[in-house]
Design a protein around this ligand. Structure first.
Ligand code: COA
Ligand code: MG
Length: 279
């Protein structure tokens, strides 16, 4: 799943737009984009939307309030009669939080954790494997983390993330891979800057992330494009696989003056598998 679009669950207008967008996943947000006074109304909207599920190509996920908010149970109650396709759990401190949440679900549903939003969370990014819970993806966030760390901002003068948030991003990637779940890149907050979004998404895809969060429908096309293997990438992968076949059991081959060994072969096979899964 390449594009994950947040939508505040107290806005029926935005929900309608999100479900009509090309997002792979729409995340109905009960947490930070809904003011505390609007949460009961958002819960009503959530309940009735799940009961009368509109036709959409998107998976419908729900971001519940975090475990220490005292609101998680109320959010879950609103989803019990008609389950969403998955849940997002914010502000996890470690894999134990996912385990506890999974138990309170009662039924198995995919879970994506936002695993870098508290100070303590930075020390536990390797604890998300073998949870015996349906954790399928992990993502990171800079805004809550910068609050938790006492920073004035997460960005430097050039508009780039500073060291603590680069570290959180990178550890989330490694933690997700170590746990054998999908690493999903965080949001790009400037929704009127498609070029900047593309640069960030390309960097994420290059590093190993397989999708990216979005906050606005106009970010979805860029994200879907970047996280779909291109014709050139597919062709190059096929060339590598062909070269290994022709070499009859060599561990290393040369194509156009470049060395390719087993990691390149595995990467090419993964890319083709991903392309097949998306088509
Ligand atoms: N999902 C669905 N529709 C959205 C949307 C979203 N995330 N963000 C904007 N839209 C809609 C708007 O409602 C508007 O439609 P309308 O003109 O028919 O009302 C249209 O897209 C254009 O929106 P625009 O004017 O460019 O932006 P805005 O000022 O209305 O909204 C935000 C800007 C940031 C408030 C809005 O994009 C938003 O709510 N994003 C999600 C925030 C969120 O969930 N954050 C939590 C996770 S970090
Ligand atoms: Mg938040």
């Amino acid at each position: 799943m390449r594009s994950w679009l947040f939508v505040p669950c107290d806005s029926e207008r935005k929900i309608e737009k999100a479900l009509a967008s090309p997002a792979d996943v729409v995340i109905l947000d009960m947490e930070d984009s809904v003011a505390i006074g609007n949460k009961p109304q958002a819960r009503q909207i959530l309940k009735s939307l799940l009961a009368n599920r509109p036709a959409t190509n998107a998976q419908i996920y729900v971001r519940v309030n975090p475990l220490d908010s005292g609101l998680t149970e109320l959010d879950l109650e609103a989803t019990q009669a008609h389950l969403p396709d998955g849940y997002m759990l914010p502000k996890t401190n470690s894999g134990d939080d996912v385990k506890a949440f999974n138990q309170s679900l009662g039924q198995s549903r995919p879970i994506i954790a936002i695993a870098t939003e508290t100070a303590a969370s930075l020390f536990t990014l390797g604890t998300y494997g073998n949870l015996n819970a349906n954790l399928t993806a992990m993502t990171w966030g800079a805004e809550d983390l910068s609050n938790a760390l006492g920073a004035t901002t997460a960005y430097n003068e050039q508009g780039n993330l500073t060291e603590p948030y680069r570290m959180a991003r990178n550890l989330c990637l490694a933690g997700a891979r170590a746990a054998n779940v999908e690493p999903i890149d965080s949001i790009y907050p400037n929704f009127k800057d498609p070029d900047g979004l593309r640069i960030q998404a390309l960097a994420a895809a290059r590093d190993g992330f397989t999708g990216k969060m979005a906050i606005h429908p106009n970010q979805i096309d860029v994200i879907n494009d970047v996280f779909t293997p291109s014709a050139t990438e597919i062709e190059n992968a096929q060339k590598i696989i062909e070269a290994f076949k022709e070499s009859k059991n060599q561990g290393v081959v040369a194509i156009d003056g470049q060395m390719y060994d087993i990691p390149h072969l595995k990467r090419a096979e993964k890319l083709l598998a991903r392309s097949r899964a998306l088509s």
